[in-house]
Design a protein around this ligand. Structure first.
Ligand code: HEM
Length: 426
């Protein structure tokens, strides 16, 4: 079996390139929400600009970030061999090209092009996973986070395959297929991945030890509930309406309990931190975890009560006020850590290097985060009906400006100390 170099410190981690590329690709999608908010509010999502925007945000932005984080977290957190560096050199450009093709397909309403882009994304992802899983299966530190990651991995593969099916056979797409695509993508993959990774990242960044938490309990409740909701979506014509309603109610309750269990565990993590002071990225993460939980609770309650009036506002809150800002928060810890590793570790300058928490320009990053969150608050208000065209565009402008400011804050980190002196290998 091949062996990989584990000392990657002389090169800047590929994760940084994935994260910055991802943020830059979020801008068109965030701006487009100004046009989309009034339509999303009415439940209209299935048209060219909306589909292009959704897939820009979930695939070009968020999935690039996820690939970047997995690149680094699997070897570091689970003591596994490092992923070879060449993977990012071809995987990231092909991923961006594939998603761009899909977006062109959505905008021009030619699903065959979407299918071509989606298939390229799939093949590229299979090869990436070939390398990732070699590292994953050789991990020495098989923690609960390591074990549970298999669930969102499986969900990612499923959502991409269902997406390709929808693109290539649009005539055969029923409501159940579409709902499955949205639920597997939104809950099983994004919800599951972020929830599971938070059990590793939040304690690591808050420096917490000795807390009681059960990831197994949370994932069991969350995924079991989701499976029952799938049973409800697929109708199961031969079972009675009572059984269907029961599946919906019990599934919803189990998922709610899963979210509650997650919230309790994250609170325990915060109470078990070693330092009294909570650094700002961690504070941002806590706020975003709140958005992640509240948004999903809103979705589940609206679903149970068959009340569309706040279903879409809740979906918006979950994605824009939970998933996305949580990524922004963790990035403010990940990028300086990786820059420190590259620029200062094993170098004499290490002694005079700034602390990791002081590397991201605080005022810029916090301005970015809160401008973005102001955009989210306006977006939620608009989705609930407090809307004017200028208000929607203001919301979209804040989302995009916040993301842009954060990008520059992170990019400034990469200038601290200049190039690594013995870095001529590049
Ligand atoms: C995590 C990844 C993904 C998520 C969260 C996601 C989410 C969504 C959402 C929310 C919709 C709109 C549903 C509606 O209008 O009600 C949608 C539609 C669609 N998605 Fe995805 N998607 C993902 C990945 C993909 C991939 C990889 C493809 C590959 C081709 C794809 C292809 C499609 C197609 C073709 C439609 C339109 C279906 C139709 O209207 O008939 N999606 N997706």
């Amino acid at each position: 079996m091949a062996t990989y170099p584990t000392n990657t410190k002389k090169r800047l981690s590929p994760t940084v390139y994935y994260l910055l590329t991802g943020i830059a690709l979020s801008w068109p999608g965030l701006v487009a929400t100004g046009r989309l908010l009034p339509l999303w509010r009415t439940g209209e999502t299935d048209f060219a600009l909306s589909l292009a925007t959704i897939h820009d945000l979930v695939l070009a932005f968020m999935l690039s970030v996820a690939f970047g984080v997995l690149y680094q977290i699997v070897p570091i957190a689970f003591r596994a061999p490092a992923m070879p560096r060449h993977v990012f050199r071809w995987h990231l450009p092909v991923h961006v090209a594939a998603v761009t093709t899909m977006i062109v397909g959505f905008l021009t309403q030619r699903f065959a092009i979407v299918g071509v882009g989606g298939s390229a994304l799939f093949v590229n992802m299979v090869v990436y996973f070939g390398w990732l899983l070699q590292s994953y299966f050789r991990a020495k530190n098989r923690t609960p986070v390591h074990r549970q990651l298999g669930l969102p991995f499986l969900a990612l593969w499923s959502v991409v395959l269902i997406g390709i099916y929808q693109a290539l056979f649009p005539g055969k797409v029923t409501d159940s297929v579409l709902m499955t695509h949205v639920m597997v993508g939104g809950f099983a993959f994004w919800g599951g991945l972020v929830l599971i990774l938070s059990y590793k990242l939040l304690p690591m960044f808050a420096i917490s030890h000795g807390y009681r938490a059960s990831l197994a309990r949370t994932t069991w409740l969350y995924f079991a509930g989701m499976l029952m909701l799938f049973a409800n979506v697929w109708g199961l014509d031969h079972v009675s309406l009572v059984v269907q309603a029961l599946a919906r109610i019990v599934g919803g309750i189990l998922m709610l309990l899963g979210l509650l269990s997650f919230g309790v565990d994250m609170t325990r993590v915060m109470f078990a931190r070693k330092r009294l002071r909570i650094v700002r990225p961690v504070m941002n993460a806590v706020v975003s975890i709140g958005g992640f939980i509240v948004g999903q609770i809103g979705i589940l309650l609206a679903w149970e009560m068959r009340d569309a009036s706040w279903l879409f506002a809740s979906i918006y809150a979950y994605v824009f006020g939970g998933l996305i800002p949580l990524m922004f928060s963790f990035m403010q810890k990940i990028v300086p850590f990786l820059w420190f590793e590259y620029r200062f570790s094993k170098r004499p300058e290490r002694k005079t290097a700034p602390l990791i928490d002081d590397m991201v320009p605080r005022r810029t990053a916090q301005t970015g985060y809160w401008v973005y969150m102001a955009g989210v608050a306006m977006g939620v208000a608009s989705m609930l009906g407090f809307s004017h065209a200028w208000f929607d565009w203001l919301s979209a402008g804040c989302l995009a400006a916040g993301s842009l400011i954060l990008f520059f804050a992170l990019q400034r980190v990469l200038r601290i100390g200049g190039h690594r002196p013995d870095d001529d290998l590049e």
